[in-house]
Design a protein around this ligand. Structure first.
Ligand code: NAP
Length: 292
């Protein structure tokens, strides 16, 4: 059965790598799509694929009730939208530009001040992942606005509702990028380590990826411990892991591998042991990151 969202008209402001992918996904799904970019030539390919090219931001805003913006930063969002703020009343602005939680909250208040619905978003993929249901799009700001446009936004990827605080998509985004960099760091360190003995990255990586699935199971278990503030070391204690990390440090030293990443982990574990928490699970180290 067709719903009103099947043909909802959308506007995409900003046609860099990501904005172009967003507009292309809407076009591919059959949504009439109006596009605008500061540098007009970046709209050429989309216009050739059926997008309506707006000559001005004002024209682009007036073309649709649902307006997505994806530009370099929040300053660029204001550069684009401040001059046409009066036209946003009664429309919905979905801001997929990366920024801080504080900037997101400021932008939500700015949109409310102009009588516009607002969602702040975080895109958890690269442009080639846009349009795939397994890609996560984080949304925060107004569950009602998300519910009203969910079907249309699902064209881009799986919409994840983080609730009414508009800062949460940026906060999750920052935390998740930090997680990605930590995983990349651990993987690259391990790849350098095994590579020193002639193991190819492409041989090691499938084993590493399977190990990450096991590790994510540990995280699921430890999340409940963190929320409860209780860290029973009934699977593996910090004492045991402090002993085990010495093998990693030793193997790295023997091979001339930079040991700063595992040394940080050892330092945090040693501190927990010194504080009398060596019998706890690894989740206890959340206190170190909280600065306690
Ligand atoms: N690429 C990714 O994998 C990815 C993933 C997740 C999130 N994001 C986020 O998506 C946003 C866009 O990234 P991108 O990769 O598309 O970057 P990009 O290819 O460098 O495109 C930047 C866009 O911002 C516009 N822009 C910059 N300053 C502007 C200003 N003052 N006024 C108006 N427009 C301005 C550019 O317009 P011109 O063409 O005129 O320069 C262009 O459309 C960023 O916030 C990024 O963090 C990107």
């Amino acid at each position: 059965m067709k719903s009103e969202h099947d043909n909802a008209h959308v506007t995409v402001l900003g046609l860099g790598r990501m904005g172009s992918a967003l507009a292309a996904a809407f076009l591919a799904a059959g949504h009439p799509t109006t596009v605008f970019n500061r540098t007009p030539a970046k709209a050429d390919a989309l216009a050739a694929s059926g997008a309506v090219r707006a000559d001005t931001v004002a024209e682009a805003v007036e073309a649709s009730d649902l307006i997505l913006v994806c530009v370099l930063d929040y300053a660029a969002v204001h550069d684009l939208l401040d001059p046409v703020a009066g036209s946003l009343a009664g429309r919905t602005l979905v801001n997929l530009t990366s920024g801080s939680p504080e900037q997101a909250r400021e932008m939500a208040a700015w949109a409310a001040g102009h009588c516009a619905g607002y969602l702040d978003g975080g895109i958890m993929t690269t442009p080639d992942g846009v349009g795939h249901a397994e890609s996560m799009f984080l949304y925060a700001g107004s569950p009602e606005v998300l519910a009203a446009h969910r079907e249309t936004l699902a064209v881009l990827g799986d919409p994840i509702d983080l609730g009414a605080d508009p800062g949460l998509a940026s906060l999750y985004d920052a935390g998740l990028l930090g997680l990605m960099w930590s995983v990349f760091g651990g993987w690259l360190h391990a790849t350098a380590l095994v590579g020193a003995d002639g193991v190819a990255a492409s041989a090691f990586t499938p084993v590493a990826v399977r190990w990450l699935t096991t590790v994510s199971g540990f995280m699921d278990r430890y999340a409940g411990q963190i929320d409860a503030g209780h860290y029973p070391g009934d699977d593996a204690t910090i004492d045991v892991q402090l002993a085990a990390i010495e093998h990693l440090l030793h193997a790295g030293r023997e091979r001339g591998i930079d040991g700063r990443l595992p040394e940080l982990h050892r330092e945090l574990m040693a501190k927990a042991v010194a504080e009398g928490n060596g019998g706890d699970s690894y989740a206890r180290l959340v206190d170190a990151f909280r600065g306690r």
